[in-house]
Design a protein around this ligand. Structure first.
Ligand SMILES: [Mn+2]
Length: 383
């Protein structure tokens, strides 16, 4: 497993995270990092009188690993832990090496050698993690409280082979097989869309042909490019070839853009996919569409694959193959929230390319959409 963005890529340790770095009472060995921020104790005149500059009681240890009421992981609140503090993990959740004991796991796949145009999605997982520090614990809009019922952590990144796509696919498939075998639901930080092909190989191995809610500007059902069958324009064609999809339970939403043939959606529709072009979504609520999608999916396993380029590039410019006139962020939320109640067995958010994301808003969007996906997983309590 590749490491998170720790100093000099050194290992993290629980003591350093939950005690040393966040607590003034139990510095531990992890305090090496914190030592640079150490301020020598001196008596300041203001310390002798009350007021804003008087000494404060030390902050309590962060509720980083467990809440006081349960043994489930709960991210710290910014009321006690500064947002930029701590090793950079998804939603400031604890990091652990494996998916054992988890109901759901965030995992990065830092691969972009399947991109056809602008590169950079290999850095997507890091930037999504960084921007996720703004996302809090509860979903005030839907009432979802994922940390009240699910054990969730960040399990780091798949160590992909940047110089060999087929080998990367093997590595991804193997890692996801371990995750689903542990009965853990993966929530993936991409990475270009190539990665969904080996992820669905692992999913179908466990669940059989799977339903798919696919948000994207493109159908990603090309056959080959430059003579290659594996890149980010072909994952769903490969999935059909290998019978990984339950084709009558596939919907592709937000599709648009110029094309090479006069009937670009023919392949998808010939397989039985429902294709919803972006034009059919413009200026509309997608709540009625999602009612139909829930009926289409039934109670069998469903995977959500959300390519950030499904959204309009005004909202999510940091991506490899942007197309104008896409979905709005609120339509993105309607799609994900519309999956509540489905038997969701895995999710991904792909194609965030931070080098084209000067504001960080694309990664911020990705982080929030992944939190929304966490909120619709089976078993999440609504408070
Ligand atoms: Mn795509």
């Amino acid at each position: 497993m590749a490491r998170l963005s720790s100093l000099l890529r050194l290992p993290t340790c629980a003591r350093g995270l939950s005690g040393g770095f966040f607590s003034s009472r139990c510095p531990g060995r992890g305090a090496v990092r914190a030592a640079s921020a150490h301020v020598p104790q001196t008596t300041h005149p203001s310390a002798e009188r009350p007021g804003l500059l008087s000494p404060r009681a030390p902050l309590p240890c962060a509720p980083y690993r467990t809440s006081s009421r349960t043994t489930l992981n709960v991210p710290p609140s910014a009321e006690t832990v500064a947002r930029p503090a701590g090793i950079c993990t998804m939603l400031k959740l604890p990091f652990q090496e494996s998916s054992k004991g988890l109901d759901a796991a965030f995992i990065g796949v830092p691969l972009d050698t399947g991109t056809s145009n602008r590169p950079g999605a290999r850095f997507g997982p890091r930037h999504i993690r960084a921007e996720s520090a703004m996302v809090r614990r509860h979903n005030a809009s839907t009432g979802a409280a994922p940390y009240h019922s699910l054990m969730v952590a960040d399990i780091g990144d798949v160590n992909v082979n940047l110089y060999n796509l087929p080998d990367s696919c093997q590595r991804i498939r193997q890692k996801y097989k371990e995750i689903v075998d542990a009965d853990c639901i993966p929530l993936t930080l991409g990475g270009d869309h190539t990665i969904t092909y080996p992820i669905l190989q692992a999913m179908a191995e466990k669940y059989g042909p799977i339903g798919l809610v696919h948000v994207d500007a493109h159908t990603d059902t090309g056959d080959t490019a430059l003579g290659e069958k594996i890149y980010h324009g072909t994952p769903f064609r490969r999935c059909v070839d290998e019978r990984l999809l339950d084709c009558e339970r596939v919907v592709q939403i937000g599709i648009r853009g110029s094309c090479y043939s006069p009937d670009p959606y023919k392949y998808s529709r010939d397989q039985g996919f429902r294709v919803v072009p972006a034009e059919d979504c413009w200026l509309k609520s997608l709540v009625p569409l999602m009612g139909e999608v829930r009926k289409q999916m039934g109670d069998k396993p469903v995977y959500i694959s959300f390519d950030i380029d499904g959204l309009d590039p005004a909202f999510a410019p940091g991506t490899g193959t942007p197309e104008i006139a896409g979905l709005t962020p609120s339509q993105g939320l309607e799609i994900i929230r519309g999956c509540q109640g489905l038997n969701v067995v895995g999710c991904d958010l792909v194609e965030v390319s931070p080098i084209y994301d000067s504001s960080g808003n694309t990664a911020l969007m990705g982080a929030n959409l992944l939190f929304e996906m966490l909120c619709v997983l089976p078993g999440v309590k609504m408070l």
